[in-house]
Design a protein around this ligand. Structure first.
Ligand code: MG
Length: 149
């Protein structure tokens, strides 16, 4: 089963700022298994490409977060589309583009994430804490400083 896997970078990949749980070794394994991989991030596309070049990995796509739908249109010969990320924005754009969203802090590891011992070796900081949804996302109004006192 060929998957298309889109990675957020910061907070998701070990090369992110901060470093996320998904290691380059996992990404290489996904490639070796024949999956289509790339990045979908707020970072400029050039920056994304430089990251992959430094890692010696050739991604099939590098797009800005709101362009995830163009990836789906470009790759039609895959069986499932995943976007892996760490924030609500990732979830938002994944849903908008009809990708499966995987929250990197809580997801069940995919097969390509497992080493020869069948374990997921998460990145240097482990999986970290799941951030609570922001007040804005929850539809709460946040008092502005000028409204105080
Ligand atoms: Mg992120």
């Amino acid at each position: 089963m060929v998957l298309l896997i889109s990675f957020d970078i910061d907070g998701t990949l070990e090369t992110g700022n901060g470093p996320g749980p998904i290691t380059l070794e996992m990404v290489r394994r996904a490639l070796a298994l024949g999956h289509v991989i790339g990045s979908c991030s707020d970072r400029p596309v050039q920056d994304q490409q430089a990251m992959w070049t430094a890692a010696g990995i050739e991604p099939s796509f590098t797009v800005l977060k709101h362009k995830l739908d163009t990836v789906k249109a470009q790759f039609t010969e895959v069986e499932a589309y995943y976007h892996i990320g760490d924030t609500e924005l990732d979830q938002h754009y994944a849903r908008l583009s009809a990708f499966e969203f995987e929250q990197v802090q809580t997801m069940e590891p995919h097969v390509w994430m497992l080493n020869d011992q069948g374990e997921a070796d998460w990145g240097p900081n482990g999986r970290g804490m799941l951030r609570a949804p922001s007040a804005t996302t929850l539809g709460l109004s946040v008092p502005q400083p000028e409204a105080w006192g």
